[in-house]
Write a protein that binds this ligand. Structure first.
Ligand SMILES: Cc1cc2nc3c(=O)[nH]c(=O)nc-3n(C[C@H](O)[C@H](O)[C@H](O)COP(=O)(O)OP(=O)(O)OC[C@H]3O[C@@H](n4cnc5c(N)ncnc54)[C@H](O)[C@@H]3O)c2cc1C
Length: 395
């Protein structure tokens, strides 16, 4: 049993499954990696964990570690889950004992307070790494982000400052990347949930796409979510998950955030392209274009979670515009679904009720977008698409 579905818990799960152990992850919150990922990306990772045989218990609290004859025997989550090994991976706290004894100021996050030169409240003492707090480059707030990537940069800045030059450490984006079985998961900046809590006028796009030209051998799909500030057009955060190459997409978006680029600037970035390395329009460019379409009111999108809720509670129509063979392979089982392949849509448009909300789905989002434009052009008022389509669907 692993207590905690954060990145250490997830990496541990993979390691243990790979040596043949049966693993259960117990996570307190609604989904894994709750502070790092939004639900729509986390659910894709959860599906992958389940495919790999990991037993996942979310919204579940461990109240006790159980022992028999002085040996660990399981955990109590309201019922007993037997286990030979229990690993706790519930987060880290900064070790500030020495700093407290030295009379240094501790910041609001519980880590040592430092200025941009990484000087503590005593100007002759510098501090860096996991024991200090950082500035969040998006919100300007103090954050505790204990990562090796940050600690190493701190080292150079402190080295420069104590040897006579002046060097600054501006702050962090809470960028994280980790591997879970065959999936790469990467994120930066704010989640959509956090951005909304902080009062940003945030919206998001969910863009699936191949990591290289789709016809090139070895092409694998990735799913990218980008969170945008509607007021400025700048990126607030991004998350990606999937089998393909995600790190370079996240790194491009991170660079764009640092540079303060808007979605309009990102959509024309001269990114490297040849079929073995990316699609002619890389997923990052497609995400920026989708964000522009949404901003400009060309299309209205909802997440898979929102669509599921509407399907359950409201009198909506789900319009599936994929081809016949795709529909046969996987579909939403509901009498609210109408299936009209995109190529037949103009001829069969009268089969769609005009007095209901129409929610369109396809495989990746492109055909839904086209269908939404066709319906709007034909006078339909209440039309939405499911962002990312079946590529983002979870059961
Ligand atoms: C399982 C795991 C996986 C991780 N994976 C990643 C990753 O993929 N990417 C990433 O960016 N980060 C990762 N991290 C985080 C990364 O390891 C830390 O952020 C990084 O090591 C912090 O460096 P540091 O020098 O501040 O602290 P540490 O590496 O913890 O070094 C501090 C050292 O100081 C010593 N020390 C403490 N008190 C005293 C004292 N009073 N006197 C003398 N010595 C003392 C400690 O024993 C320790 O050796 C991971 C962490 C864990 C636990």
């Amino acid at each position: 049993v692993i207590i905690g579905g954060g990145l250490i818990g997830l990496e541990s799960a993979e390691a243990l499954v790979n040596i043949g152990l049966r693993v259960t992850i117990v996570e307190l919150m609604e989904h894994i990696a709750p502070t790092l990922l939004d639900k729509d990306i986390a659910m894709l990772v959860e599906n992958h964990l389940k495919e790999k045989g990991v037993n996942l218990l979310t919204s579940t609290r461990v109240t006790r570690i159980l022992t028999k004859n002085g040996i660990v025997s399981g955990v109590d989550v309201g019922k007993e889950i037997p286990a030979d090994i229990v690993i706790t991976a519930v987060g880290v706290r900064p070790n500030v004992d020495l700093a407290v004894k030295a009379g240094l100021e501790i910041g609001e996050t519980g880590a040592i307070k430092v200025n941009e030169y990484l000087q503590t409240s005593d100007k002759y003492i510098y501090a860096g790494g996991d024991c200090v707090e950082n500035v969040d480059l998006i919100t300007g707030k103090k954050v505790f982000v204990p990562l090796g990537s940050i600690a190493n940069k701190h080292g150079r800045v402190i080295g420069n400052n104590i040897t006579g030059s002046k060097d600054r450490f501006p702050g962090v984006l809470n960028t994280t990347i980790f591997k879970v079985f065959d999936f790469t998961v990467a994120r930066t900046g704010l989640t959509e949930k956090r951005a909304r809590e902080l009062g940003y006028n945030a919206y998001s796009v969910a863009t699936p796409g191949p990591d290289r030209a789709h016809y090139y051998p070895g092409a694998k799909y990735i799913r990218l979510k980008v969170i945008v500030d509607r007021d400025t057009g700048k990126i607030l955060g991004a998350q990606g998950a999937g089998l393909g190459v995600i790190d370079k997409r996240i790194d491009v978006l991170i660079t764009a955030i640092h540079a303060g680029f808007t979605i309009d600037q990102i959509s024309n970035l001269d990114l490297a392209y040849a079929p073995p390395y990316s699609a002619a329009l890389d997923v990052v460019i497609t995400a920026a274009n989708t964000a522009r379409n949404k901003r400009d009111g060309l299309v209205e999108g909802i997440t898979v979670s929102e669509a599921k809720e509407k399907l359950e509670k409201e009198d909506v129509v789900i319009l599936d515009v994929r081809a016949e063979n795709e529909f046969k392979q996987k579909r939403i089982e509901s009498d609210k679904v109408i299936h009209i392949p995109i190529l037949e849509l103009r001829d069969r448009i009268n089969e769609i009720p005009r007095d209901k909300e129409i929610i369109i789905i396809c495989q990746l989002g492109l055909r839904s977008y086209i269908a939404s434009r066709i319906l709007k052009g034909n006078g339909f008022k209440n039309v939405k698409i499911i962002d990312g389509g079946f590529a983002f669907w979870f059961d």
